[in-house]
Design a protein. Sequence first.
Length: 207
Amino acid sequence: MSHQQFSSGLLENAVHEFSKLPGIGRKTALRLALHLLKQPDNEVETFGNALINLRKHIVYCRVCHNISDTEICNICSNPSRDNETVCVVENINDVMSIENTQQFRGLYHVLGGIISPMDGVGPSDLEIDSLLKRVQNNGIKEVILALSTTMEGDTTNFYIFRKLAPFNIKVTTIARGISIGDELEYADEVTLGRSILNRVEFTNSFK
């Protein structure tokens, strides 16, 4: 879609910005921009303000690193959650996926990625040290390693397992109901829920 096909520079700019979003091509971007043009001013302003406020005011929980509106997220601050069990995940999407199963009542720890030398991501780039501090200081009795069942996920699992070895805690991993190579956010809720409930000791996970 060339510059000449736009009769409006404002429309072209909007299409250009929409097309930066993942999975949004130029045709879809144009359709979204034209849709907004048909909406009442107040609805478009509400839409725009929601994006601006998201970027300006969202924070990351200082305990688990999940996204939050406050310094401590509503999961970490919920007194009904099991604060002796922590589920380690790669990203925020995984927290949402596991929460949707309604099968887990513990807390989370978001690493912010997984170890991937090919992508230049090492242990120091992830929230692993803060996990160790939580285990050391907060009376945690079980850490569930719920990372993607890829080579990078398994590498990260094993690294964290070794780091947790000095602590007298239980280390488990999600059951292999999640197929090898799968990412958590694409697993269906029933399968993911069962994988959490049927978790196994990490040392037995590859037998």
